[in-house]
Design a protein around this ligand. Structure first.
Ligand code: SAM
Length: 390
C-alpha cells in the first residue's frame, strides 16, 4: 500500500513543487478567515457532526413550511441559504491562482486520471457542442477539445455561406463552425474563469476572447447590464438566454461565460453534452442546477457529473477518511497557508449525497438512462443521464 509519508515530508516535497506559486494564496487567505468568521456569526452553528447525517440535499427546513428553507450546509456548518453562494464564491476567488497546483498536490495527480477517464467516457464527436458548468480554470474544456480533434478528420469548414447567411455575418460564422468541436466554460467565479482564459492562451494556443457577462433579465423583459467583473453572480436573478451558436460564431471553439449553474444563461436545447466536475457539491440548490442542465441539453444530449463520493471498499474508507480529515487541511496550510479553504473542501465532500442518492436526484430531474460508476473505489463517481428524446 502506498505510504503517504509524514506531514513534514509531504510539506517539504510540496514546497519544492509549489514555491513560485505560494505567495498569492497567502495574500488571499486572510480574507477567507474573515469570511469564515462572518459565517460563524451569520448562522446557527453546532452542525459539526453533520457528516454522519450528511448526504441529504443539505437543507434544514424553515418553520414556515415545507417550501421555505432557512439554512444549508457550508461544509459542516449551517448557514442561511442566501449566504452560501457568496461564501463559496469567496473560497474560489481566493484559491483561483493556486487552484491547479493544489489540485495536483492534494490528489497526487489523480485528478488528471479521473478527468481523462471522464472525457474518454464522453468520447466527444468531432463537431460536439459541449457545455462545462462550474468549469473553473478550463481543465475539462481543454481535454474535450483535444479529444474531439482526435475523433475523425479536421472539421470541413463551410467557406461559402448561403444568401441568407451572407446578410448576417454572425449566422455565416456560426455556419462555418457547424462542423467543428466547440466548448463553453461556464462558472460563477470570474477569478477562476480568468485563470482559464490565460491558460487557454498560454498553454493551448486558443484565443477565446473576452469573458462573456450575460445581462440580468427583469420580469418585464427588460435587461440590466451585467454586474462589474469580479462581482459574484447573483444566485437568484434570471439572466438573458444567449444563443450558443452566436457565442461560438464570435468566440470560435472555446468561450468563457460567467453564470450560475442554477440559472444558466443559455437558450434551451443548445448542447450535445454537459459536464459538471467537482462543482455540484458547491451549488446551493442542486436540483435547480440539474433541471437547468436538462433544459440546455439537446434532446438525447448527455449529462455527466463527476464528484467526490462515498468510498465503497471496507477498510479503505477509514484510510481515506483519515487522509482527508488530517492531511488535506494540513497540506492546504503547509502549501498555500490556507487551512480553512481546504477544510471546507473536506467537509463539503463529506456532505455530498452518496452515489445512489445522487443518481435518484438526476432521475428526479427528468434524465433517463441514469447510471454511475465509481473511480478509485468510490473516492470519485461519474453519474450519467440523457435528456429524453421528445
Ligand atoms: C472545485 S472547482 C472545480 C473546477 C473544475 N470543474 C475542475 O474540475 O477543475 C468548483 C468550481 O465550481 C464553481 N461554482 C460553485 N458554485 C457554482 C454555481 N452555482 N454555478 C457555477 N459554478 C459554480 C466554483 O466557482 C469553482 O470554479
Amino acid at each position: 500500500m502506498m505510504r503517504l509519508g509524514s506531514c513534514a515530508a509531504v510539506r517539504g516535497a510540496a514546497r519544492a513543487i509549489m514555491r513560485p506559486r505560494i505567495a498569492p494564496v497567502q495574500q488571499v487567505c486572510s480574507s477567507f478567515h474573515a469570511a469564515s468568521a462572518a459565517l460563524h456569526s451569520a448562522g446557527p452553528s453546532g452542525a459539526a457532526n453533520a457528516a454522519s447525517s450528511s448526504a441529504g440535499a443539505g437543507f434544514s427546513e424553515g418553520s414556515s413550511g415545507a417550501a421555505s428553507f432557512s439554512s444549508i450546509d457550508f461544509g459542516f456548518r449551517e448557514v442561511p441559504v442566501s449566504a452560501k453562494q457568496a461564501l463559496v464564491h469567496d473560497v474560489f476567488a481566493k484559491v483561483a491562482q493556486s487552484y491547479d497546483v493544489m489540485n495536483d498536490a492534494m490528489s497526487f495527480g489523480m485528478h488528471r486520471v479521473w478527468k481523462a477517464d471522464l472525457v474518454a467516457q464522453i468520447r466527444p464527436a468531432a463537431n460536439v457542442k459541449h457545455l462545462d458548468v462550474a468549469g473553473g480554470t478550463g481543465d475539462i474544456a481543454f481535454r474535450v477539445l483535444q479529444a474531439a480533434r482526435k475523433e475523425g478528420l479536421p472539421p470541413a469548414y463551410r467557406v461559402q455561406p448561403d444568401a441568407q447567411q451572407q446578410q448576417d455575418p454572425e449566422a455565416a460564422a456560426a455556419a462555418a463552425y457547424e462542423d467543428a468541436a466547440q466548448v463553453i466554460v461556464c462558472d460563477i467565479n470570474d477569478n477562476m474563469l480568468r485563470v482559464g482564459i490565460d491558460r487557454a492562451r498560454t498553454q493551448y494556443g486558443y484565443e477565446p476572447g473576452a469573458l462573456i457577462k450575460p445581462a440580468e433579465q427583469g420580469a418585464d423583459g427588460s435587461t440590466t447590464p451585467a454586474p462589474v467583473e469580479g462581482a459574484p453572480v447573483s444566485p437568484a436573478a434570471p439572466v438573458e438566454h444567449l444563443s450558443a451558436s452566436r457565442i461560438f460564431a464570435r468566440h470560435g471553439p472555446l468561450a468563457f461565460v460567467s453564470g450560475n449553474a442554477e440559472a444558466l444563461p443559455f437558450e434551451a436545447d443548445s448542447f450535445d453534452s454537459y459536464t459538471i466536475v467537482f462543482g455540484l457539491r458547491n451549488v446551493t440548490h442542486r436540483e435547480r442546477a440539474l433541471s437547468e442542465a436538462l433544459r440546455v441539453l439537446k434532446p438525447g444530449g448527455r449529462f455527466l457529473c463527476m464528484e467526490f463520493s462515498q468510498v465503497v471498499l471496507p477498510g479503505f474508507d477509514k484510510v481515506y477518511e483519515q487522509y482527508s480529515q488530517w492531511l488535506i487541511p494540513a497540506m492546504g496550510q503547509a502549501i498555500a497557508g490556507d487551512r480553512a479553504s481546504y477544510q471546507y473542501l473536506v467537509e463539503s465532500i463529506a456532505r455530498m449525497p452518496d452515489q445512489r442518492r445522487l443518481a435518484n436526484m438526476v432521475r428526479d430531474a427528468g434524465f433517463v438512462g441514469v447510471d454511475y460508476r465509481n473511480l478509485t473505489q468510490g473516492i470519485v463517481a461519474i453519474h450519467q443521464g440523457f435528456k429524453p428524446v421528445r
